[in-house]
Ligand binder design. Sequence first.
Ligand code: W6P
Length: 420
Amino acid sequence: KDLAHRIAHFARFPQTGVSLRQMVEFGQNPSQGTLLRAAQFLHDELPIRLAHRVVELDSLPDNLNQMPSVLRVKRMYIDSFNELINFPRVSDRIKSAVKSATVQGMMERRHLPGNHPNPSCSDIQRSTSSHWIPSIQHRSSYHYEVKPTELPVEVSEYNRSFVKALERIKRRHDPVVTTLAHGVVEYKQLLKTDRIDNHVQHFLDRFYLSRIGIRMLIGQQIELNQQQRHPDYVGVICTHTRVADVVQEAIDNARYICGDYYMLMNVPEIELHCPKDLAFMYMPSHLHHMIFELLKNSLRAVVELYGDESENYPPIKVVVAAGNEDITIKVSDEGGGIPRSAIEEVWTYMYTTAQTPMLDPEFDKSDFKAPLAGFGYGLPLSRLYARYFGGDLKLISMEGYGTDAYLHLSRLSNNEEPLA
Ligand code: W6P
């Protein structure tokens, strides 16, 4: 009763988006004081985001909001919400210690490393509701590092225990996608349909997009608190993500998986055309994930069209274009294409039936070979990863010939998280 009230209360606050650039500026050589401020932000922001999801889960159509799997997911969100609102607030004494150390540290100005993809875009715009954010808007304290020795030990103790709580929450939510997917299968069986309606589709898009954002923020805080740090990384963000390297890695992995799955003597070639030193600020794990997903789809189409014994598959071509606004990556296959009428289905959560065993909780994973193209969630989720930082993913298909996938990634890292 009281809990429902608290969730409704938090769900009335607007969610506060953060841009890639804000995360990077905030995470440059953070002192324990800066990490504490980030912890305070998350301590305010995460319960708001979680509460929004609980309210949305509740307002799903009848039957769906009562599905055991949907209830399980809701329970995870409620448990994490509870842990966060019960986590102690930073005491006033520590707050003022951090504040005075910040003022004393004002002379030690640190700049972002040079060599920005787009130097004109370094201004932080957009106002937010959190009381943590004003320091970002006025570009004040977070640019000025604090001498760690001036801070009481409680600060780093607080940071450490907050990270522990975040790790626990992140782990709890690992099975959310498969659990919800299972709920969708049950729902479709109940309605005796294999299509999900637009309402549910949009709900899942919002829900998974929100999950990407929450996990990004949590992952960022966990990483920033680690001791050792790679020079090009700020948390999970790489300031110089080398596109050719990440794409080549995805190529190698996708070809390996494909050869293994179909037991091929030779795997279709994948040609990469990419400016050699092209680098930009991005999250390499997201980039790898999206390209890997596209390549698996292309490989599957080619192998299934030509059969698993072909000696000369048409190569898949990956072209990377560097514009001012976007980096666009085109993946072209000659796998026969998709009928135009079936393109929309590619983006829905559930367009194949082969996935059902994987989603069965009783299913023994050990003697199951994961299907090459996942279980129908790879493409819609990849599009959400692209959109999360202001990009997009589009498919153009020539039925009878092949498919081109266009992955647009925004170079203007000022794009704020899209928050539904
Ligand atoms: C296909 C179907 C598909 C989906 C996504 C990416 C590439 C391809 N190729 O035939």
